[in-house]
Design a protein around this ligand. Sequence first.
Ligand code: SF4
Length: 176
Amino acid sequence: MVNKILVSACLMGFKVRYNGSEKAEVIAQLARWQQEQRLVIHCPELAAGLPVPRPPAEIISACGKDVMHGQASILENTGRDVTEQYRLAAWLSLRMAQESGCTAALLTDGSPTCGVQFIYNGSFNGQRKSGMGVAAALLSEHGIKVFSDTQLGELIAWIKEKDHESASASRSQAIS
Ligand code: SF4
């Protein structure tokens, strides 16, 4: 069975953040995975009905897990509370991942939804803090391994290992 990867839609078009020298490798790898029909391209915020363009939103002095556990809010820079829309976005990303058989996710860092290694701290002044966005936190809590767009190397290694495990399991089943 192919190990599928949920991918932040905004990463496609190969606008992945990378060091210059890694560009060719990133493009080639995403193209290979797309050819193998391994990628499930998804934007949780659009799926939840948020408009394009939309005002910037940040998790207020907390992280995605706190929002999903009802202990924190997400506000737009206009002051509008969009916590419920972002919670819905997270649940929709989990449903998409589970229904498509994804075992991993490659997500855009910094987003209050997709952030994996960092998010913004809620003061709308560009200050980062470590922590996950709502979708990354929920996916992770449900056993889907999440990687940021700067962790492509780790994801490649992880997928190779998972494919190897899947192939071994299939061989064992065939023999027994
Ligand atoms: S980072 Fe934002 S725009 Fe990109 S896929 Fe995630 S929710 Fe959508």
